[in-house]
Design a protein around this ligand. Sequence first.
Ligand SMILES: [Zn+2]
Length: 134
Amino acid sequence: MSGHGWVIRNADGSKARCGGPALCSECAREQADTKGEPPHQGSAGKRPTDNVVRIRRKPRPLRATYQPAAPYVVEREDEDDGSIRYMVFDHRPETYRFVCSTNDDGGTDADAKRDAEMIARGLNLLVQYGLERL
Ligand SMILES: [Zn+2]
């Protein structure tokens, strides 16, 4: 038991609820530290990370169409570490942006998808009620 468990796996398989290297500076540092390190040269007790299959999706192009009354959408992204990230986007071309994301912590957080959809739904309701601007 040492780090956050996303990059360098903890012995008990536990992971910190920090979101992993994409969101957490601690994990990002671990990832940077382990990069370029040849496999099977680590000291005893260190879990090998060479069995991690890296799959990175290409960035998606802007959608040509969006629903003006419901421009906030949830997009799923499968992360390198096997967890699933649910990202809330504003798809309007004039305000296109990433809003926030939830993560299922490798399957341990069953509410991650629902939470992201609730956030998107709430933001869409604000648009529909004309209350989006503070
Ligand atoms: Zn972390």
